[in-house]
Write a protein that binds this ligand. Sequence first.
Ligand code: PLP
Length: 220
Amino acid sequence: MSIKQNLNNIKEKLPEHVTLVAVSKTKPISDLMEAYNAGQRIFGENKIQEMAERHDEMPKDIEWHMIGHVQRNKVKYMAPFVSLIHGVESFKLLKEINKQALKNNRIIDCLLQIKIAEEDSKFGMRPEEAKNILLSQDFSALKNIKVTGVMGMATFTDNTEQIEKEFKLLKATFDTLKTLKTENCKLQTISMGMSGDYQLAIACGSTMVRVGSSIFGYRN
Ligand SMILES: *Cc1c(COP(=O)(O)O)cnc(C)c1O
């Protein structure tokens, strides 16, 4: 099946309130252009410099999402153009994003990555930590970022019950944090669900799915 067909198959299954991020990491630009020509405008990458190169080469009406782990010293390379940073997992990182956004005279939208998986390998902050950050004075001083939601990754397992439990934890965390509305914090997005589990994620409340291999095929 072509990329266009894959995209259409997925889009048919998505409710209207769910945004599709096409995860294009490691794929050649020609594949991304195929998705672009089929109407896709939101792409997710997990390496900052690669995303910056693609941004330079591709049409300018694309929204670029950073979905991977973010190294603070590389934030500057994406600050001029990134639309949404999914994997924000510390206050230090928020501060750096704020600094670089200010330099570019922008406000950058961020999602707080919440650790929902039992696996130790997964990044993210505990729900309590997220709450403490959002309530802090230091956070309210960051005028050039906006926290617009949460992101999570479930454990890599075939156990659907476990994945469901973790997705529900992210939804519950979102519901709690959503009540903390401030100038730079207005939660509306729950980024959860990938190729293997996006339908379950949507059933658990996801509003943004990050789908790679089901669109572009397997990665090496
Ligand atoms: C690679 C990746 C995805 C997409 O994974 P697929 O299984 O290919 O859909 C989603 N989210 C993150 C954070 C990723 O790194």
